[in-house]
Write a protein that binds this ligand. Structure first.
Ligand SMILES: [Zn+2]
Length: 405
């Protein structure tokens, strides 16, 4: 087994914010790990995605203050996006067979299902295991997305529908988070939306808006020409800088917001109906708050840079909402979607459905594919988006194609 993990051994486990865990890759175990229970599954990965968040975690050794405070196993396996093939199942596995193609749908964390807890907590009971009350308890699997194989509880996997390509399957998890953000934000036809950051998450939010809500006027804040070119394919027409002060100035101009200035204070009236933060940087959140229109919403999808973000009082004055999108789960569907598939759906199933109908288009978003043996290079490409013109990087494993049943 080849894996990438954060090494929390020794004192790092007790004081991770002082002694940072080390990024390691190679063979995490000397021998093959058996399945830890009857509902666990072994998967050989075909490819996995290197998300912005995982790059930040890998390069800084920090999960952010909240997660640093949680207890950790000595190895924290990285990678939330993968597509692979089931090669071994426990005796009570009911959702999968050997040879099935599956996508990872959650982090390598515990939930009521993986812990065998009954009754499940309210988050798990409502189909949102990413928010499980017990997710800090020890997880018994091994490996994750950035691993050539992994052991997951069956509840952590999603059956990939036959028509989807491996590239589409790889993007199911981030696409599902984008779909969740668009649905929870209550975006309506004809509204004005601002997407901050044109990496994979920003592109997928633009794609999801196009798939789910007609007639939305989308503006992208990005400093990279290749991101603007990619977003233009989703009908994004306005582009403003991502640098906070310039984003604010041009966002105000673009929406004809009114500005009232007094020494040390600036008040804005107007702005965008919905703001989606898809890449975090210093002051992004604060700037996003100021650009939300009355009655609007700010959806934070990217992992926050700082433990404490400054919430601008304009949110209160505008009766605007803040939404946080952490992971895919279960969605209450608007009437026009629910007619055909019922009133609730898992976010991954919804994303897959729209991909199969060619409404949620992800062609070209995986800009680089690198063999896992070149992991250093893959990390460089994923982290230097300007030099390599990166939208998204995939790690490719040499595992065999799905076995025939
Ligand atoms: Zn739970």
């Amino acid at each position: 087994m080849w894996s990438v993990w954060l090494d929390y051994s020794g004192l790092r486990q007790l004081f991770p914010s002082i002694i940072r865990p080390k990024l390691r890759y190679g063979r995490p175990f000397k021998q093959i790990i058996p399945l830890p229970g009857s509902r666990w599954v072994r998967v050989e990965n075909l490819q996995s995605g290197i998300s912005d968040e995982d790059v930040t975690v890998a390069l800084t050794g920090s999960l952010g203050v909240f997660d640093d405070a949680l207890p950790h196993a000595s190895k924290l396996f990285l990678g939330k996006q993968s597509v692979g093939v089931v090669t071994e199942i426990g005796s009570d596995v009911s959702l999968f067979h050997i040879g099935d193609r599956v996508a990872l749908q959650s982090e390598a964390r515990s939930s009521c299902a993986s812990l065998g807890l009954s009754p499940a907590c309210s988050a798990c009971a409502s189909g949102n295991p990413a928010l499980c009350d017990h997710r800090a308890l020890p997880w018994n699997g091994a490996g994750a997305g950035w691993s050539d194989s992994m052991i997951m509880h069956e509840s952590q996997l999603f059956p990939v529908p036959e028509p989807l390509t491996n590239d589409q399957a790889l993007l199911l998890e981030p696409a599902a988070r984008a779909v969740r953000a668009v649905l929870l934000s209550g975006l309506e036809p004809g509204a004005r939306a601002l997407i901050i950051g044109g990496g994979l998450t920003g592109q997928l939010v633009a794609a999801s808006i196009r798939a789910l809500v007609p007639g939305v006027d989308i503006t992208l804040a990005s400093n990279y020409s290749h991101e603007k070119t990619a977003a233009a394919a989703y009908g994004v027409q306005q582009f403003i800088p991502e640098t906070p002060n310039e984003m604010l100035a041009q966002g105000i101009e673009l929406t004809n917001a009114q500005v009232w200035k007094r020494p040390g204070k600036q008040i804005f009236l107007g702005g965008f109906d919905r703001v989606f933060i898809c890449r975090s940087a210093k002051k992004t959140f604060e700037t996003g708050c100021r650009l939300v229109h009355s009655g609007g919403a700010l959806a934070q999808i990217a992992r926050p840079m700082n433990h404490q973000q400054k919430i601008d009082a304009s949110l209160w004055r505008n009766e605007a909402q803040i939404l946080h999108i952490y992971g895919p789960g279960s969605e209450t569907l608007p009437d026009d979607i629910s007619d055909s598939i019922g009133s609730r759906s898992s976010t991954l199933a919804l994303a897959a459905r729209h991909m199969m109908k060619n409404r949620l288009v992800t062609d070209g978003l995986i800009s680089h594919k690198i063999a896992h043996t070149q992991f250093d290079q893959a990390l460089r490409i994923a982290s230097d988006i300007n030099k390599f013109q990166t939208i998204h990087t995939a790690l490719i494993f040499q595992n065999p194609a799905p076995a025939q049943p």
